[in-house]
Design a protein around this ligand. Sequence first.
Ligand SMILES: C[S@@+](CC[C@H](N)C(=O)[O-])C[C@H]1O[C@@H](n2cnc3c(N)ncnc32)[C@H](O)[C@@H]1O
Length: 394
Amino acid sequence: MQCHHFDAHRCRSCSLLALPHAEQVDGKLAHVRALLDPVGRPEWLPPVVGAERAFRNKAKMVVAGTVEAPTLGILARDDRGVGGRGVDLRDCPLYSDRVHAALELLAGFVTTARLTPYDVPTRRGELKHLLVTEAPSGALMVRFVLRSTESLPRLRKHLPALLEAMADVGLRAELVSANLQPDHKAVLEGDDEVVLHGETLTMTVNGIDLHLRTRSFFQTNTEVAAQLYRQARSWVDELAADAREVWDLYCGVGGFALHLAAPGRRVVGVEVSPEAILSARASADERGVDGVEFLTEDAAAWAVRQDHAADLVVVNPPRRGIGTALADWLEHSSASWVLYSSCNAETLARDLASMPSWRPVRAQLLDMFPHTPHYEVLVLLRREGPGDKMPTDG
Ligand SMILES: C[S@@+](CC[C@H](N)C(=O)[O-])C[C@H]1O[C@@H](n2cnc3c(N)ncnc32)[C@H](O)[C@@H]1O
C-alpha cells in the first residue's frame, strides 16, 4: 500500500508499510509459531488476510492546530519526544472514502462550532480527539472528546446543520456523542459521555446485528472479524456434543456468543462493561435466540465462583491476557476445550505457561492490523489426556 504521509515521514504508525503485505503476514506467522509451536504444534490453518487499505472501521484522530485551521491526525514529536504540532491525516488510506468525507466535514465543523483544538504544551483548548466508527452499512458513529462541557452548547447548536451537511453527501450519523476527558494525560477518552444523537451504531457481521454503544469495544477490522467469528463457529460446531455449554468470557457486545448460539447449546457471555452487555442482550432478544445469557461481571471473578465449568470456554481478553487467576482456574476446571482469541501472542504464551494441561490443537493467524506488527490469533486448546482426539480424528 502506498501512503504519501509515510513516504514523507509525517506518520510512521504503519511501521511495516515498507514490506509487501504478504511478507508482513509471513513475519507475523513466524512470530506466533515461535511462541505456540513449542507448546503443542497445532495444525495451522492458512492465515486470514483481508484488504490492505480502507480496512479500519475506527478513526481515532487527535485534533490540533487552530479553530480556523484544525489538523485531524497525530501529534508530531519534537526533538525531546514531546508531542506538540498537529499532523493532518484526514486522508489516511487505512480509512474508507466515507470516513475521509466525514473527517472533511468534521474539520469544517470545528471552525463553525468554534471548538478550540486542545493544545498539549499549554494545556489550553477544548477539543482533544475526534473518533469516527463506520458500520458495514455505511452508517457512522461520531464522538467528540472534550476537555470540559464549555463547548457543549455550541456543539449542540450546530449539530443539526452538521447532520444535514452529512446527509447532503450521502453520510448518515447514527450516533453522535461528546466524551469528557478533563485530565491532561495521554488517554483517548474519559468516563463521562453525553449522547447527542441516536443510541447505538449497528454493526452487522455475518448477518448478526451487533449494537455498538459509544464506549464499547469492537474489533477494528470488520472484514477480518467476520472471518474470526465464522472460524470460531465452525470449530465449535464440529465439536457438537462436546460443546453443549459454552462460556464467552470478555464477550464485549456478544460477537462470539451470538455466533455460537445454536439449538441445544447453552451460551453464557460475561463482560465487565454494562453498556456492552446491554447491547449483547438487545441483539439476543432481537434474534429471538434461546439459551443465551449475558452477565456484567469480571470474567475471572465470575468463573471461579461457578460450581461447574462449561464444556468449552471462549476467552478474548484485552492485550494483557487472561492473567493467572483465570488461567489457574481453567487449569483445574472440568472444561474440555478452550477457544482463545488473542491480540497479543506474548501474553497468550504466558497464559498458556500457567495452563500446562492444555495443548493448542488448531490455530489460525488473522491479519486484523495490517502494516503493524500486531495480529489476532485464534487457538483451539484441548485438555491433554490419554486418548483425547479431535472429532475428525476418527
Ligand atoms: C478484546 S475485547 C473482546 C470483545 C469481544 N469478545 C469481541 O469480539 O468484540 C476485550 C473485552 O474484555 C472486556 N474486559 C476487560 N476487562 C474485563 C474483565 N476483567 N472481565 C470481563 N471483561 C473484561 C472489555 O470491556 C472488552 O469488551
